[in-house]
Design a protein. Structure first.
Lengths: 255, 138
């Protein structure tokens, strides 16, 4: 097995000849189908024809579900499809993600994408697609702590982290949203990530910090006496941290 | 018209948005001291070399009553024509979302500047940040 990255996509390159031996036992025609689809997928990836690659990756994965027993090959095919579809059609990613997680829990495919990363992607997608599902948001928040740092900056993981931060904010968990978005921003800055992503993460952090203010959204106009409240001091500490973070983020711009 | 990086403009807005909460809780003077203690970031505003300080009248606006209690920031730019009128007002970014931009456009459109002896280079692309906040105790 070979591993390659095309435009940040981590994909497993299967050696078809060896895999065919496994597939042949379950039916020659089915085996040919998924192998042909896999070859189309590989060619499309090389040519950066993402739509074609997505269609072929889906066919290869679906074909392998009928033709192959559970194993690494089946897991890689599910993961390849997930990586192509996660950012463009999250709803379509749910089914292959569930399959990839199931196979990962059986010990298959973890050398390409560990099951902890797949679990985070799955929980994040569930949280994003079901706005009121606080449980999914919480599971995604918890699942990220198990993601290997080496996978934390994969494009689909970055997207998932951004979406979880937004969900934490919309579920009235501003402190968690601030820390989650803040960590993402700092990771992006360290990796010299896209400025637009850094800005998005800093935006979530700034809004989240503002929502932690102790007097409530309209409460700033209540009483100056409450400024002596220790909670105000804690809040202003967060404001200070947020401002320093934004200044670090914009230090890359020449002025 | 020179272009302005959208991402940088948005970072300006977020930074100033957080700063408004220091003003809200500490008041303008103590808020400024608090922010000064954080250290100096790079300057927010770029001013062409050898441009004089432009004097305006009037340069205030009313806090939109419909937004009382909310904080927000608008980063915007405009040009001054040879009569000192504001033209080509454009909002570059806002935080936390669209809330105060219309009010800013109304304020800025009424401004008049004394541009006698101010060359054109110094009249275009005036970049400003307008912060809206209410102070505790008001």
């Amino acid at each position: 097995m070979l591993e390659a990255r095309i435009w940040g996509k981590k994909l497993k390159i299967l050696v078809i000849g060896a895999a065919a031996c496994v597939a042949a036992a379950t039916g020659f025609a089915q085996a040919l189908d998924w192998q042909d689809d896999y070859r189309s997928y590989s060619a499309a990836m090389e040519a950066r024809q993402w739509d074609k690659a997505r269609t072929a990756a889906e066919s290869a994965w679906r074909g392998s579900r009928k033709a192959l027993p559970d194993g690494d090959t089946k897991a890689y095919l599910a993961q390849n499809y997930v990586e192509l579809v996660y950012q463009s059609d999250m709803e379509a990613a749910i089914e292959p993600l569930k399959d990839a997680v199931r196979l990962g829990e059986l010990g298959y495919g973890n050398d390409n994408m560990p099951v902890a990363t797949l679990q985070f992607l799955l929980e994040s997608a569930e949280a994003w697609l079901n706005q009121r599902n606080r449980g999914a948001t919480n599971r995604a928040f918890e699942a990220f702590s198990k993601v290997d740092p080496a996978d934390a900056m994969l494009p689909e993981v970055v997207l998932a982290r951004m979406l979880v931060a937004r969900r934490l904010l919309s579920h009235n968990r501003p402190e968690d949203a601030a820390s989650f978005a803040g960590q993402l921003s700092e990771d992006l800055q360290n990796a010299r990530g896209a400025r637009s992503l850094i800005v998005n993460a800093e935006g979530i952090r700034a809004v989240a910090i503002s929502n932690t203010k102790p007097l409530g959204e309209n409460g700033v106009a209540t009483s100056r006496a409450r400024v002596k409240d220790p909670k105000v001091g804690e809040f202003l500490d967060r404001v200070g941290e947020g401002i320093r973070a934004i200044r670090r983020a914009r230090a890359v711009y020449p002025i | 018209m020179t272009s302005f990086d959208d991402n940088l403009a948005q970072l300006f807005a977020y930074e100033e948005f957080l700063a408004t909460f220091a003003y809200s809780y500490l008041g303008s003077n103590d808020g400024r001291k608090f922010l000064d203690r954080l250290g100096n970031g790079k300057p927010l505003i770029y001013v062409p070399a050898n441009c004089p300080t432009i004097q305006y009248k009037p340069r205030d606006g009313r806090f939109p009553t419909s937004e009382f209690g909310y904080n927000g920031v608008v980063v915007y730019a405009y040009d001054l024509d040879d009569k000192g009128r504001t033209t080509n007002i454009r909002v570059l970014s806002e935080a936390p979302g669209k809330r105060f931009a219309d009010a800013v456009e109304r304020f800025v459109s009424t401004w008049r500047a004394d541009v006698s002896n101010v060359r054109e280079e110094c009249r275009i692309n005036q970049l400003q940040i307008h912060s809206f906040y209410t102070e505790a105790g008001i």
